[in-house]
Design a protein around this ligand. Structure first.
Ligand code: COA
Ligand code: NAP
Length: 273
């Protein structure tokens, strides 16, 4: 029987916060934006498609939240700067910046063109650089919380994922370097490394059928995928005063996946001779 407490994040906890979500039209990042909005924040969703961010923002506002959508490709530094200008003009100083735009697919190195490799580096790493580099004039100082959405591939070589491994490794070191450079201005910079999260485009691409899904789950210490709300709750925590002494951390939210393959059944060990 569980004795875990219920949700400890109180209603209205994020009232007054301004949250900028790069890559916010869907998936995990939209889940973060939805949670912030439900808790009272004003959220701005950024993606390559005005139509998609408008639809996502409309869904949030239909539930009483405050949201706007801005089209910008994170690979385009001028477009990212304009997005910050628009959001700042609408809402004022930004409290939380999420850099979560990413592209990924399964491919062995032999199947990657230079452009394919570069495309993922451009979206994930250059995109995070553009988002973090551009935000400085538009964020609350002191107090802003910058959060990169990274991945376990950053620290764990993963076959068919060389492009994502290289990109997210760069994201981790960029995040931690910025935490050093901007800490004195009262800006915290952290990363969240989700493990496999159910009902996402990422896992639809990496585990495209039920057999692979079950095999992957059998290797996770906690034996299941995570949910978008698992990641959203961690992002809300990192954006809060409760996390005011956390900077430069890459927090795994992955059911223990980063520890390695836990498929052996240690609770039913073989009999000793
Ligand atoms: N295997 C190998 N190469 C691939 C590939 C695959 N599955 N998918 C795309 N590429 C290559 C393309 O062939 C192209 O290289 P080329 O010019 O040498 O032919 C290069 O990658 C760029 O593809 P393109 O479709 O022009 O890029 P894009 O900027 O329009 O889209 C992607 C970016 C490829 C990452 C696309 O999958 C995307 O938009 N992803 C966003 C959603 C996503 O990935 N979600 C999961 C996040 S974890
Ligand atoms: P997703 O739904 O595909 O989300 C990616 C988002 O990025 C979309 O909103 C997409 O919107 C946007 N985007 C892509 N390219 C962009 C660009 N060039 N400029 C601006 N926006 C762009 O994927 P997800 O699975 O939820 O993943 C979200 C994040 O979590 C990613 O950083 C991913 O690496 C990380 N992650 C996911 C998992 C997982 O299990 N899913 C595990 C580890 C890490 P548009 O297409 O509208 O532009």
């Amino acid at each position: 029987m569980t004795t875990q407490s219920a949700d400890i994040i109180r209603p209205g906890a994020c009232t007054g916060q301004i949250v900028f979500v790069a890559g916010g039209s869907g998936g995990i990042n939209l889940g973060i934006a939805q949670r912030y909005a439900e808790l009272g924040a004003s959220v701005a969703l950024i993606s390559r498609s005005q139509e998609r961010v408008d639809a996502a923002a409309a869904e949030i506002t239909s539930r009483g939240g405050i949201a706007m959508g801005v089209e910008a490709d994170v690979r385009d530094s001028a477009a990212v700067l304009q997005a910050f200008e628009k959001v700042h003009a609408a809402y004022g100083d930004i409290d939380v910046v999420i850099s979560g735009a990413a592209g990924n697919f399964l491919a062995p190195v032999i199947g990657l063109s230079t452009n394919a490799f570069r495309t993922v580096i451009d979206i994930d790493l250059i995109g995070t650089f553009n988002v973090f580099r551009s935000c400085y004039d538009f964020i609350a100082k002191p107090g802003a919380s910058l959060i990169a959405i990274t991945a376990g591939q950053a620290v764990r070589p993963t076959m068919f994922q060389a492009h994502a491994c290289a990109a997210k490794a760069g994201v981790n070191l960029l995040t931690q370097t910025l935490a050093m450079e901007w800490g004195p201005a009262g800006i915290r910079v952290n990363g969240i490394a989700p493990g496999p999260i159910g009902d996402t485009e990422g896992m639809a691409r990496l585990a495209p059928n039920p057999e692979i899904t079950e095999r992957l789950k059998s290797r996770i210490p906690l034996r299941d995928y995570g949910t978008k709300s698992d990641i959203a709750d961690l992002a809300v925590f990192l954006g809060s005063a409760n996390a005011k002494y956390i900077s430069g951390a890459i927090l795994d939210c992955d059911g223990g996946s980063i520890l390695g393959d836990a498929s052996a059944d240690a609770l039913a060990p073989p009999k000793r001779n």
